[in-house]
Ligand binder design. Sequence first.
Ligand code: PLP
Length: 427
Amino acid sequence: MSAAAVRSPVDEAPAAGYTQPTVKYLTDRHADRPADDPIFALNREATQRRAAGESIVNATVGALLEDNGTLAVLPSVVQALHGVLPARGAAYAPIAGAPDFLAAVVDDMVGGTSLASRATAVATPGGSGALRHAVSTFLDRGQTLVTSSFYWGPYTTIADEHERTVTTFPMFDAKGGFDVAALSRTLDDVAARQGRVLLFLNDPCHNPTGYSLDDAEWTAIASVLRTVAHRVPLVVLCDVAYRAYARNPTGFLRHVDALADDALILFAWSASKSFAQYGLRVGALVACTGDSSQRSAVQRALSFASRGTWSNCNAAGMAAITQCLTDPSTRAQVGRERSRLTTLLDARVQAFNRAAAGTSLRYPRYDGGFFVTVFVPEAARAAEDLKSRGVFVVPQPGAVRVALCSVAEADIPRLVHELDTAVRAAT
Ligand code: PLP
C-alpha cells in the first residue's frame, strides 16, 4: 500500500465550522422512553431510606408481603417447582403452552360453567403477556382499547409499545358506584370510530382502586355489552390477576358466560398473585366463544403471536403450576396456604376500613384485594408530602394508590393518620 493511500486521523477530522450530526440509534418513537417504571423507582427509594435506618411505611409494592416485610410465598408451590423433572423443565415447551397446563388453567378459570367447552388458551409470561397478546391480536395498529379511568399503568405501556392507545371512561358515578352509563357512552363512541371494541375490565379487586363490581353492576354491564356486541365485534378481556383474593372470585362468571355467544370473552389468567410466584412468569390467555371456527382461528392467531414474541414459556413453571392445579394433595395444600395469605390481607383491609372511618379519607368500596385508592386533589404533591414523612404511596391523577399488600397490619393506623393529614392539607 502506498503512503498516500493511508488516511490519517487528521485527514478524517471535519472541516472547521462543521457540526457532526447526532447519531440516532433509536427511532423517534423510542427516543424518549422513560428509564424506569415510576412504581419501581419509588420502591427503590423507600427501600434505601429504610436501609439507612428510617422508619418507612412502603405502600408501593404490588406484591403480598408478610407483616415482617418478607415476600409471602406458598411453600407447596416452591416444593412443586423443586420436584419438576429435569427433562421437562429443560425442554422447550410447546409454543402454545403445555397441553396439561392449558387444560388445568381452563378448568381453574371457567370449570363448571358452559364457557369450559367453548374455551381455548395459550400460555403467556404472566398476565402481562396475556394483555399483550390481546392488544396485538384484537386491535390493529392505531386502534384503541377501552378501560376505566383508574387502571393499571402498564395497560398504556403495552398499548403504546404496540402502537395502540387506551381510551378511558369515568370509573365512578356521583354516588361512588361503577359508572355503567359512562362505559356505555364510551363503547358507543369507540365502536362508531373503529368498528370494533376491545374492553379491559380488571375485576374483582381492581388495581388500583380495590373496587369489586357487585352483581347488580355486572348485570347492567352485561346488558350494555350485549347491545354493543350486536353492532360491532366485541372482545371483553377480564383481567383476573387478583381474583384469588376476592370475597367472591367466581360470581362474575355467569354474566360473561351468558355473553359468549355474542362476544369473544378473554381471561388474562396469572399465577403471579394467586400462587405468589411473581418471578415465575406463568400465565395464560383464555379465549371463549361459542363459534368453533372463530375459536380455532383465535387459537392459531394467538399461537402465531407467541412464536413472534417470546416463542414459548417457562416449561418448569408450567409443570409446577399444573401440579398445583391438578394433583389433589398439592392442590389442597396450596388452598390451605393461600387461605393464610388471604386472611393476612383481609385483616389489613379491615384495619384500614376501621382506621379510616371518621377521617377525611374518601375511597371506593373496598372489601378485599392488594390495593385501595384514596382520592386527593394534587396527588403528586400529596405523595411528595407523605414521602417526606416516611410514607410511600403511588400518585395518580386525582388520587394516590395505597398497596396494603405490602404494609404490616401494625403500620396501618400510622398510614391512615398520615394519609388523613395529607388529604386535609391538599383540600
Ligand atoms: N393486571 C393487573 C391489574 C396487575 O396489577 C398485574 C400485575 O401487577 C397484572 C395484570 C400482570 O401481572 P403478571 O404479569 O405478573 O401476571
